[in-house]
Design a protein around this ligand. Sequence first.
Ligand code: NAG
Ligand code: NAG
Ligand code: NAG
Length: 460
Amino acid sequence: MGRVVFLFLLFLQVLGSAHSRCFCQVKGELDDCACDVETIDSFNNEQLFPKLQTLLESDYFRFYKVNLNKPCPFWAADSHCGLRNCAVKPCSPNEVPEGLRSSPHSKYSAEANKEQLDECEKEKHLGAVDVSLSEETQEALLDWRKHDDEAERFCVIDDEESPDSQYVDLLLNPERYTGYNGPEAWQIWTSIYEENCFKPFTIKRPLNPSSFQSSSGIDARTFYSWLEGQCVEKRAFYRLISGLHASISVHLSARYLLNDSWYQSKWGHNVSEFRQRFDSDLTAGEGPKRLRNLYFLYLIELRALAKVLPFFKQPSFRLYTGRPEEDQKHKELLLDILQLARSFPLHFDETSLFAGDEKEAAKLKEDVRLAFRNISKIMDCVGCFKCRLWGKLQTQGLGTALKILFSERQIEALPHSRGQRPSFQLSRQEVISLLNAFGRISTSIKELNTFRSLIGEEMT
Ligand SMILES: *[C@@H]1O[C@H](CO)[C@@H](O)[C@H](O)[C@H]1NC(C)=O
Ligand SMILES: *[C@@H]1O[C@H](CO)[C@@H](O)[C@H](O)[C@H]1NC(C)=O
Ligand SMILES: *[C@@H]1O[C@H](CO)[C@@H](O)[C@H](O)[C@H]1NC(C)=O
C-alpha cells in the first residue's frame, strides 16, 4: 500500500509543480495529457533535435565500435545473413579517423600499417589528420582505458580491444525496416518482457503476439493491476523497456521498405504499419500507453544528459578525432545541447527512485541493474545484424543514462578530483551510445509528429 502512495507521489513529482496545470488528469494512472506532450514535442522538434542531428553527424559520434559477433548466451540463434537489409557494413580501416583508432594494438592500426596506401590516399590522410596527442589528451585516453568499474554499469560493454570489435559508421547503416520479423523477433522481446521484467509467468502481457488474442481484455486488466502493485522502480523499469520497444517500432514504421525492386529500394513512412502498432482501436488501447512510455523514456534520458554536464565540461574531456578545430567546435555544440537539456523545465525526479529503506533500496537497485545487464546480453541474440547493432547501441545508451542518474554525487565531485582517480568516468563507447540512443528517441518524438499529420491528412 505504501508503495502505491509512493507511486502517486512520484508521478506528481515527475509532472512537476510548475506545470501541474498540464497534468491535471493525473490520478495515479498514467495520464494522457496532450499539453505535456506538446511541451516535449516543441522543445524536442524545434530546439533539441536539429542540434543533436548535427552533432551525431560528426566523426566522433558516427563511428561506433561494436562487437556484432558475440554468441548468444541464452539459446541457439540463427543469424540472418541472408536478409539483404540486415547486413551491416563495417568500416574499412581508412574510413575511421586516425585519432579514433586509439590503441596501437587495435586491428585497424595494425592493418593500416600493413596496408599499402596509394600516394594520394596517404596525402589526404596526412593533410587532414593531426595524430599528435596533446599531453592532456593522452591523460584522458589513459583514464578511459584505466577505467573499469563494472560495478556501476547497467549494461555489458563490448571489449573495444577485441579483434571482433569493429567500427561501424552509423550514418551508413541507418536503423530501418529490415524484414526481420515474426517468431524470432518476438522471441527477443518476449524473453525481455517475460524473463527480465520481474513479471511472474502467471501474469500475461497484453497483446503478446505469441498468445491468443481472445483473452487480451482480461489479460490487460490483470496485467495492469499487477503493474500498479509493483514498486515504483520495477514499474519504471517496465516503462523504459516498453518505451524503447515503442521507439524502435516508430523508426521501423517511419523507414519502412516501401518498394524493393532489384534496381531501387525506397524507404519511407508507412501509416498502416504505424497504426497497427499504435492505434488505440487496433491495439485494444495498448498503443497510446506504449507511446506514453516513449515520452517517459525521453524524459529519463534527457534528465541523464542534464546531469552529466559537469563530466563533459572538464577541460580534459575532448571529442578527440585528431582534428583540433573540429573537435573543439563539436565539444561546444555538445555542451550547448547539454545546457539545453538542463533548461528543460519538466524534469523527472529520480531521487525518489531507490529512496526507501537503505538496505532494501540497495538490493532493488542491484536487481534492476542486473536485469538491465541481462537485457543488454540478450541483444547478442538478435539474429538480424542491423537490428543487433541498433539494439545494442540503444540498450547501452539507456544503461549509460541509468548509470549517470545513479552517480549524481560522483559527478558533482568531479571538479574536486584533480590529480586523483576521477570519481566518475564514461568510456568512449558509453559516450557514443548515450548520445546516439538519445538521438533515436528524439527522432521518434519527431516522427510521431509526422505520423500525426499523415494520419490527419488521411482523415480529411
Ligand atoms: C537472462 O535472460 C535470459 C533470457 O531471457 C533468462 O533465461 C535468464 O534467466 C536471465 N537471467 C537473469 C539472471 O535474469
Ligand atoms: C516500385 O517502383 C517501380 C519503379 O519506380 C515501379 O514500377 C513499381 O510499380 C513500384 N512498385 C510498387 C509496389 O509500388
Ligand atoms: C505498409 O505496411 C503494411 C503492414 O502493416 C503492409 O501490408 C503494406 O504493404 C505496407 N505498405 C507499403 C506501401 O509497403
